[in-house]
Write a new protein. Structure first.
Length: 281
């Protein structure tokens, strides 16, 4: 009930904020030979955490955690129905409290995936997406690791639909299951998105992006490390983005993504500045 009480006003505010247009969402695929590129600078800060009951509290010993990172994300249309994608991070993370300070820099996890369009008609777009997370570019034994060092495998179903002519915008729904190797628990993931163009040059989108632990971790005890990569946790984030078309193919984006509920993980927020490029748009 506590989660629903928080979620309803947030979603209502998001629906008021976003009211017009047509921006591509997750279920859509790229046309054959077309691509999409996005470079984002992200800054995450947390000095609170969620406990096992979902209540927030300050991190122990006045702790703080920051993650400053650069992300490159790309999609390419192999066929009109088939899009491949990749995402890679360079991270600079730091955890500090009254007694210790740890810093780690380097490449993070790499995501590789493919999306296949199953159906397209007046009722919307139905797609299926597979993804693998590759943890080979960092040392999981660092005092403050850049990730938890295991492979993830995800299968996701996606549905997108234009809201024209009732509302000049689009919606996107996603649900998936992520198998996580070694000790961490598997996860059920879901996403609700609405987006639009706002006049000639501006666009916006809002996403509720959540994961729920399947509570099947080998252990629930974590060594001191990255508080955003614990073995068994729930987390929901609200991703709000405002963009501006500086040219037909180029866009600038400013995003804010706070955590809205969780269990056994850090409670923080991310600020994002991104540049997107879609050649031949």
């Amino acid at each position: 009930m506590k989660k629903n009480n928080i979620l309803l006003p947030i979603l209502a505010a998001s629906l008021i904020l976003i009211s017009a247009g047509s921006v591509f969402a997750g279920a859509w695929t790229q046309e054959k030979g077309k691509s999409y590129h996005r470079v984002a600078a992200n800054y995450y800060y947390a000095d609170e955490e969620y406990n096992a009951d979902g209540d927030s509290r300050p991190m122990a010993f006045n702790g703080e955690f920051t993650d400053s990172n650069l992300n490159y994300y790309t999609e390419y249309g192999i066929l009109d129905e088939l899009t491949v994608m990749a995402s890679v991070y360079y991270k600079m993370i730091e955890r500090e409290d009254d007694y210790y300070k740890y810093e780690t820099n380097g490449m993070g996890d790499v995501d590789l995936g493919a999306r296949y369009r199953l159906h397209s008609s007046d009722i919307g777009i139905f797609s299926v997406q597979g993804l693998v997370k590759i943890p080979e570019l960092y040392d999981e034994d660092d005092a403050l690791p850049l990730g938890n060092g295991q492979y993830d495998y995800e299968l996701r179903l996606l549905y997108g639909r234009s809201l024209w002519p009732m509302i000049p915008g689009y919606m996107n729904l996603e649900a998936g299951y992520r198998w996580r190797a070694k000790a961490p628990s598997d996860e059920f993931r879901y996403l609700v998105e609405i987006g639009s163009e706002l006049g000639q040059n501006f666009y916006a989108r809002a996403k509720l992006d959540a994961l729920v632990s399947m509570d099947n971790a080998d252990t629930v005890t974590d060594d001191f490390g990255n508080p955003t990569s614990t073995l068994e946790y729930d987390l929901a984030k609200l991703d709000l983005t405002l963009g501006y078309h500086i040219a037909k193919e180029w866009g600038l984006e400013l995003g804010y993504t706070p955590a809205v509920w969780g269990e056994n993980t850090a409670k923080g927020a991310t600020w994002t500045f991104a540049v997107s490029f879609q050649p031949g748009k």
